[in-house]
Design a protein around this ligand. Structure first.
Ligand code: PMP
Length: 456
C-alpha cells in the first residue's frame, strides 16, 4: 500500500470513529487530520514524510525530548516484572514508593507527600476534594470556596473545568459547579488598558483580596493558580503580581494551590514554577513533564501541614485504579533521572531560556506582532491589526489559526490561542534549534502578513 493510500485510509477511519479532544469535527473532516507517525529529539514526522520542529513539546509535556530509549527500556522491564497492581488495601509496589520518595526530594522543603493520579485533570479534582476535606477535618467545614482565575486552564473533568476559567467550557455541561469564584487574570497585554504592567499586576492581585473579603475569609478554602498561565496564552504575570498575592495570602488563613502541570519539571528553568516565583504552595498538582508524556501520570504533591491533618482524619474516600501505576511510575523515575543527570532544568535556566528570550524578542519588530514575550522555555506572540493601539483582528478572520497552519507549512508546530501564538518546545532544544524555531516562526508571520495584505 502506498503511503498516500494508507494516509487517506487512516484519515477516513479517523473521521468515522475518533472523537478528538477540543475539536470541531465538521471542520476537521473538511481539512483532514495530520497523522504523526514518529518522532525523535525535538522533531515529529507525519505520514507525508514532513519533519516538523515540535515547538509545543507534544502538549507541553515531552520535556526530555522524543526517542529516549532508556525510558522505553524501563517501561519494558517493569511491564514484565509487574504490569499492574493497585495501591489500595494495604498494598504498594516498588516503583510507586521510589517515585513518591524522589518527588518528595525534588519538591520544595516541607512537601513530602504525594497522591498519584492519571492526569492533570484528575490531580485537580483531587485538589478540590482534598482542600475541602482538610478544612472540614480542621473543624471549619464552611471553608469550601476555591478562588481561581478567569482564562485559567486546570483540566477537563467536571471539577477541573470548573476550577478553570474558560467560559466556552463552562457553557457546555452546566459548569462551574458551586463554590468556585473566578477573579481577573494578570494579563497586561490583553487587559491592561492604559495601566503600566506593574499597575495591572497589582490590580489583578488585589482582586484576590477583594474577593476574599466579599466571600468572607472564613468561607475561602484556597487560592489556586498556574505560575504562568499556559493554555490561556502563556500569560506571564507582571513582576508586581506574585509578591502582592503572597502578601495577601499571608494575611488570611487560606491554602495556596500552585498548578505545576505545565510549569513543573524544568519548564521555567527551576524544577517547579513556584521556585521561580518564590512561592510556598500547600498543594502542587503535577502531570505532563513528570513522565515527559511517555506514559500518562499525574499527582498532587502535598505539604506536610496538610498531609498530617488528612492522615489524622481517617480514610480519605478518594483514589483511582491507576493511582501510582507501576509502569507509569517506572517511566517517571527514569524521566526524572534524565532530568537530573543531564541537568536539564539548569540548562534551561542558564542557556536555553536566555537564548530563547533574545531570539524570540527579535520577532517583536514584525508588523503583525503587538508583543513578544517569553519566560523559561515558553513564549508568546500577540498578533494585532494595529501595534500602537493593540487592536485585534476580527475573530472571523481566524488570523491565529491561519498563522498556526502556515507555521506547520514552514515546518514548526506553534499553537494558536485566539490570535496569541505560543510555543513551549522540549527542554533539550539546542541553541541552533532555537534559531531554527524562530526563523520558522518568522516565516509563518510573513506568510500570514502576505495573505492578509492580499485580502485588503
Ligand atoms: N493544569 C494545567 C495548568 C494544564 O495545562 C493542564 C493540561 N494542559 C491540566 C491541568 C490538565 O491536565 P490533563 O490534560 O493531563 O488532564
Amino acid at each position: 500500500m502506498s503511503a498516500e493510500i494508507e494516509t487517506s485510509r487512516l484519515q477516513q477511519l479517523d473521521h468515522a470513529h475518533f472523537m478528538h479532544p477540543f475539536t470541531d469535527h465538521n471542520d476537521l473532516g473538511a481539512k483532514g487530520t495530520r497523522i504523526i507517525e514518529r518522532a525523535d529529539g525535538v522533531y515529529i514526522e507525519d505520514t507525508a514524510g514532513q519533519k516538523i520542529l515540535d515547538g509545543m513539546a507534544g502538549l507541553w509535556c515531552v520535556n526530555v525530548g522524543y526517542g529516549r530509549k532508556s525510558i522505553a527500556d524501563a517501561v519494558y522491564e517493569q511491564m514484565q516484572t509487574l504490569p499492574f497492581y493497585n495501591s489500595f488495601f494495604q498494598c504498594t509496589h516498588p516503583p510507586a514508593v521510589e517515585l513518591a520518595h524522589e518527588l518528595a526530594t525534588l519538591a520544595p522543603e516541607g512537601m513530602n507527600h504525594v497522591f498519584f493520579t492519571g492526569s492533570g485533570s484528575e490531580s485537580n479534582d483531587t485538589v478540590l476534594r482534598m482542600v475541602r476535606h482538610y478544612w472540614a477535618l480542621k473543624g471549619q467545614p464552611e471553608k469550601q470556596v476555591m478562588i481561581t482565575r478567569e482564562n485559567a486552564y486546570h483540566g477537563s473533568t467536571v471539577a477541573a473545568a470548573s476550577l478553570g476559567g474558560m467560559k466556552p467550557m463552562h457553557r457546555q455541561g452546566g459548569l462551574p459547579i458551586p463554590g468556585i469564584e473566578h477573579i481577573a487574570q494578570p494579563y497586561w497585554f490583553g487587559e491592561g488598558g492604559a495601566l503600566s504592567a506593574d499597575e495591572l499586576g497589582l490590580k489583578a492581585a488585589q482582586a484576590l483580596e477583594a474577593r476574599i473579603q466579599a466571600v468572607g475569609p472564613d468561607k475561602v478554602a484556597a487560592f489556586m493558580a498556574e505560575p504562568v498561565q499556559g493554555a490561556g496564552g502563556v500569560i506571564i504575570p507582571p513582576a508586581s503580581y506574585w509578591p502582592e498575592v503572597k502578601r495577601i495570602l499571608a494575611q488570611y488563613d487560606i491554602l495556596l494551590v500552585v498548578d505545576e502541570v505545565i510549569c513543573g519539571f524544568g519548564r521555567t528553568g527551576e524544577w517547579f514554577g513556584c521556585q521561580y516565583y518564590d512561592l510556598t504552595p500547600d498543594l502542587m498538582p503535577i502531570a505532563k513533564g513528570m513522565t515527559s508524556g511517555y506514559l500518562p501520570m499525574g499527582g498532587v504533591i502535598v505539604a506536610d501541614k496538610v498531609a498530617e491533618v488528612l492522615a489524622a482524619g481517617g480514610e480519605f474516600f478518594h483514589g483511582y485504579t491507576y493511582s501510582g501505576h507501576p509502569v507509569a511510575a517506572a517511566a517517571a523515575l527514569e524521566n526524572l533521572r534524565i532530568l537530573k543527570e543531564e541537568k536539564i532544568p539548569e540548562y534551561v535556566r542558564d542557556v536555553a531560556a536566555p537564548y530563547l528570550a533574545q531570539a524570540w524578542l527579535t520577532l517583536a519588530d514584525h508588523p503583525l506582532v503587538g508583543e513578544a514575550r517569553s519566560l523559561g522555555l515558553m513564549g508568546a506572540l500577540e498578533l494585532v491589526r494595529h501595534r500602537e493601539t493593540r487592536e485585534r483582528f476580527a475573530e472571523s478572520l481566524k488570523v491565529g489559526e491561519r498563522c498556526r497552519d502556515y507555521a506547520v507549512e514552514a515546518g514548526l508546530v506553534m499553537r494558536a490561542v485566539g490570535d496569541t501564538m505560543i510555543i513551549a518546545p522540549p527542554l533539550v532544544i539546542t541553541t541552533e534549534q532555537i534559531d531554527e524555531l524562530v526563523t520558522k516562526a518568522r516565516q509563518a508571520l510573513d506568510m500570514t502578513w502576505e495573505a492578509l495584505s492580499s485580502e485588503r
